[in-house]
Design a binder for this molecule. Structure first.
Ligand SMILES: NC(=O)c1ccc[n+]([C@@H]2O[C@H](COP(=O)([O-])OP(=O)(O)OC[C@H]3O[C@@H](n4cnc5c(N)ncnc54)[C@H](OP(=O)(O)O)[C@@H]3O)[C@@H](O)[C@H]2O)c1
Length: 235
C-alpha cells in the first residue's frame, strides 16, 4: 500500500490561516479530522475563523510574523497548548508590484520577512516538535519557477523559499519529515488586489481557492513530495 498521512487526530499548525488559501486549507484539514492551531495577523479574523471551525480548533495565536520572535512564539504556543505537531502549513504572504529599480526598503522588508524569513524561522522552530511521518508545507508560487517582470522582489522571495524548502526536504528526509514546497499559479483569493506596493497588471482569471486548497490537502494526505505549478492544471 502507498504511504498515506492520516489526518484524523493530527495536530496541525496553520500560519496565514485567515487567508484566501489558509482558510479553505484549514477547513479541509478540520473536515479530515485534524486538530488545528491557527495563526493570522488580525486577531479578529483569527477569532472568526476559530469560531467557524468550532471543536477542530485547539487554539490560536495571532501574530505579525515579520517580527523576529513571532514564528518561535507561535510554534511554542501551539506545542504548549496542543501538544507535539503532526504538521505545519505556512500560508502567510504578501505581494508587491512595480519595477525592480523602484522597490523601496519597507516593501523589500515586508516581502522578505514574511515570504522568506518567517517560514524559515517557522520550520526551524517546528522541527524539534515534529514526529516521524510529520510534514511542513510552505506555499511559494509559480514565480519561483518562472520569475515575472514587475514582480522581481516577490519572485525572489518565492524562489528563495522554494530553494530553502528543497534543501530542507533533503535534510529532513532521514527523520521522515516531509517538507513540501507548493507553487500555485495565480489564484482568486484577492491577494493581488491588496499588494503592499504597486498595482497588479491585468491578470487572466485565476484558479479557484477551494480547488487549490483541495489539491494541497490531497498532497498532504497522499504523501506527495513537491507540488509544482503543473500540479494545478486540473485545479
Ligand atoms: N493568490 C495567489 O494567486 C497565490 C499564488 C501563488 C502563491 N500564493 C501564496 O500563497 C500564500 C497565501 O496567499 P493568499 O492568496 O491566501 O493571500 P491572502 O488571502 O492575502 O492571505 C494572506 C495571509 O497572510 C497573513 N498575513 C499577511 N501579513 C501578515 C503578517 N505581517 N503577519 C502574519 N500574517 C500575515 C494574512 O493574515 P490576515 O488575514 O490577518 O491579514 C492572511 O492570513 C502567500 O504566500 C502567497 O504568496 C498565492
Amino acid at each position: 500500500m502507498e504511504d498515506m498521512t492520516d489526518l484524523a487526530g493530527a495536530h496541525v499548525l496553520v500560519l496565514g490561516a485567515t487567508g484566501g488559501l489558509g482558510a479553505p486549507i484549514s477547513r479541509r484539514l478540520a473536515d479530515a479530522g485534524a486538530r488545528l492551531w491557527l495563526s493570522g495577523r488580525s486577531q479578529e479574523r483569527v477569532a472568526g475563523l476559530a469560531a467557524d471551525l468550532g471543536d477542530a480548533v485547539a487554539g490560536s495565536t495571532p501574530a505579525d510574523l515579520r517580527l523576529p520572535g513571532a514564528p518561535d512564539q507561535v510554534v511554542a504556543e501551539a506545542v504548549a497548548g496542543g501538544g507535539p505537531l503532526t504538521g505545519v502549513v505556512y500560508a502567510a504572504g504578501v505581494v508587491a508590484f512595480g519595477d525592480a529599480a523602484d522597490v523601496d526598503d519597507d516593501v523589500l522588508d515586508d516581502l522578505m520577512l514574511l515570504n522568506l524569513i518567517a517560514p524559515i524561522r517557522t520550520l526551524r522552530a517546528a522541527v524539534p516538535h515534529l514526529a516521524a511521518g510529520g510534514f511542513a508545507v510552505q506555499i511559494s508560487a509559480v514565480v519561483a519557477e518562472r520569475p515575472m517582470a514587475g514582480m522581481a522582489a516577490y519572485s525572489a522571495s518565492k524562489a528563495g523559499l522554494a530553494a530553502f524548502g528543497a534543501a530542507a526536504a533533503t535534510e529532513l528526509r532521514r527523520r521522515k519529515i516531509r517538507v513540501v514546497d507548493v507553487r500555485p499559479p495565480h489564484t482568486e483569493t484577492g491577494l493581488a488586489d491588496r499588494p503592499v506596493a504597486g498595482t497588479a497588471p491585468k491578470l487572466p482569471a485565476g484558479l479557484a481557492p477551494e480547488a487549490v486548497a483541495e489539491r494541497i490537502v490531497r498532497a498532504i494526505v497522499d504523501d506527495e513530495k513537491v507540488l509544482g505549478s503543473d500540479a494545478f492544471t486540473d485545479a
